[in-house]
Design a protein around this ligand. Structure first.
Ligand code: B12
Ligand code: SF4
Ligand code: SF4
Length: 412
């Protein structure tokens, strides 16, 4: 356990937070996924992520931070395109279902979807369905998940390393450490993808563009809890989760949903980086997917559009390396890591979240069009260099004026 994790731990002292011997069983699947994890690895404490540090860390707290969070509750629209009352109204509407979920545990100090996992809707069925044929069971589960709203679906083994060593307690601004219950008895993690609106992402940075993020948090809450309810109805435990409980990206990679990019995102074949993820932890016996490799790492080795475009220069140039510039980076994992202090500080000054690094990525295309699918396939081929040149020439990454998203409706 890290020294910073020793503050007000209130869970039993015998809780295993460091099972290094047991983690050796992940060596083969780590290799297949391209994970390089050293002996310096430590599980991450949620209170060290930027959102939580914004409440307790004097190095992060500022008037800009206060104004940023306020903008999502009581916005101050301005005349600038993308920040009008219409834009903020859509932004806050897009978040409303998610806000409802996260507020309902308020009195108990629970913030579902962000710090704590979602409350269960459906009691555990007294009988369990047969699970002898794992492939068939997983196929049915995928079918149900797609019906319930999943845009992408994958399953991987539950891996304790990515579960937060502790979760942040919302009851005080200190965000003290709270026992993370998700680790108990879980064997699989189902990772569900939620595609973001292409046109809105093109208008980032803007309050209007941020609606693309808000809508998916609302959908994550609805879809992940529905899938968990389905599994509970089959007689197995299921815990629905959005940003809470665990670092999502390593699970998404192992579940075969896509490859990790320099922009710190999973880049999927069907949505590029323009996708968000929720997860469901379960003890239901399921078949596990394998990681996919389709050329993203090679493209990122040759491209640095996201790092160039990032206004506060928070993204890394050069090859992956271990560790980061501050406490918001997990220890002991070799990967591309951002300086998230710089990133979050930019958001707070702008009073809205950012996703420029998603917008400018050559994989951020509208894949409902056949010629964009062809573009992607050529980008993943030996013609990569040419395609990156073409991507620049065509200026695909250019920001679209937010007012254009509203289409033919006259500007009021
Ligand atoms: C906190 C957080 C942030 C913080 C910063 C992270 C931090 N270090 O504090 C801020 C506010 C800056 C942020 C920004 C953004 N975020 Co964010 N964020 C999260 C959140 C809630 C927690 C991540 C965390 O615990 N990080 C702390 C440590 C682990 O960070 P780290 O060491 O730098 O590791 C990062 C990556 O390297 C990777 N990672 C971690 N471990 C490992 C291990 C291996 C082997 C590999 C390969 C990668 C990997 O995941 C981490 C993501 O922060 C996750 C949801 C979740 N529960 O995972 C979403 C999440 C990662 N964010 C997401 C997105 C999309 C964004 C933004 C584009 C904002 C937006 N408008 O949507 C930007 C992108 C900024 C950037 N390029 O990094 C998505 C990514 C989706 C995708 N396609 O992969 C997630 C998964 C949320 C979701 N619901 O889908 N985010
Ligand atoms: S912009 Fe380029 S370097 Fe960045 S994630 Fe996309 S392909 Fe990789
Ligand atoms: S979200 Fe914006 S500020 Fe943060 S890394 Fe991406 S481009 Fe940079």
């Amino acid at each position: 356990m890290s020294d910073r994790a020793t503050t007000t731990s209130s869970w039993p002292a015998n809780k295993p937070v460091d099972n290094r011997e047991d983690w050796k069983r992940f060596e083969a699947s780590d290799k297949a996924a391209g994970f390089e994890i050293s002996d310096d690895f430590e599980r991450f404490d949620q209170r060290d992520d930027m959102f939580n540090r914004a409440f307790w860390d004097d190095e992060v707290i500022s008037d800009h931070v206060t104004a940023f969070f306020q903008a999502y509750i009581h916005p101050s629209p301005r005349k600038a395109d993308g920040f009008t009352q219409w834009d903020y109204a859509l932004l806050n509407a897009s978040w409303s279902v998610s806000n409802e979920f996260s507020a309902r545990g308020g009195k108990k100090g629970v913030r579902e979807g962000f710090l704590d996992s979602f409350k269960k809707f459906t009691p555990l069925a007294p009988t369990q369905v047969e699970t002898d044929d794992l492939e068939a069971v997983s196929k049915r589960l995928k079918k149900a998940a797609e019906f319930l709203g999943a845009d992408a679906f994958g399953i991987t083994e539950y891996d304790e390393r990515w579960a937060y060593a502790s979760i942040a307690d919302v009851r005080t601004n200190e965000r003290e450490e709270k026992f993370n219950p998700v680790t108990e008895g879980m064997t699989s993690v189902i990772v569900v993808g939620h595609g973001m609106d292409f046109g809105l992402v093109q208008s980032y940075p803007s309050a209007l563009g941020a609606s693309a993020t808000g809508r998916e948090y609302s959908r994550e809450a609805a879809v992940a809890t529905s899938i968990a309810s389905f599994i509970q109805g089959l007689g197995y435990n299921a815990i629905a989760s959005s940003n809470d409980s665990a670092v999502t990206i390593p699970y998404a990679i192992k579940a075969g949903l896509g490859e990790y990019g320099r922009n710190q995102m999973i880049i999927t074949p069907d949505h590029g980086p323009r996708i968000r993820f929720s997860k469901i932890f379960t003890d239901m016996p399921l078949a596990h997917n394998k990681p996919v490799k389709y050329g993203v790492t090679e493209t990122c080795n040759q491209c640095q559009k996201c790092a160039d475009a990032c206004p506060p220069k928070a993204l890394p140039f050069g090859p992956p390396k271990e560790g980061g510039e501050n406490r918001s980076t997990i220890k002991g994992v070799k990967k591309w890591s951002a300086n998230c202090e710089k990133c979050f500080s930019y958001w707070t000054r702008m009073r809205a979240d950012c996703a420029i690094c998603m917008r400018v990525c050559p994989y951020n295309k509208d894949y409902s069009k056949w010629y964009m699918r062809l573009f992607r396939d050529l980008l993943n081929s030996p013609l990569r260099g040419l395609m990156l040149w073409l991507d620049d020439k065509m200026e695909f990454e250019k920001r679209k004026p937010p007012r254009e998203w509203w289409g033919d409706t006259p500007a009021p």
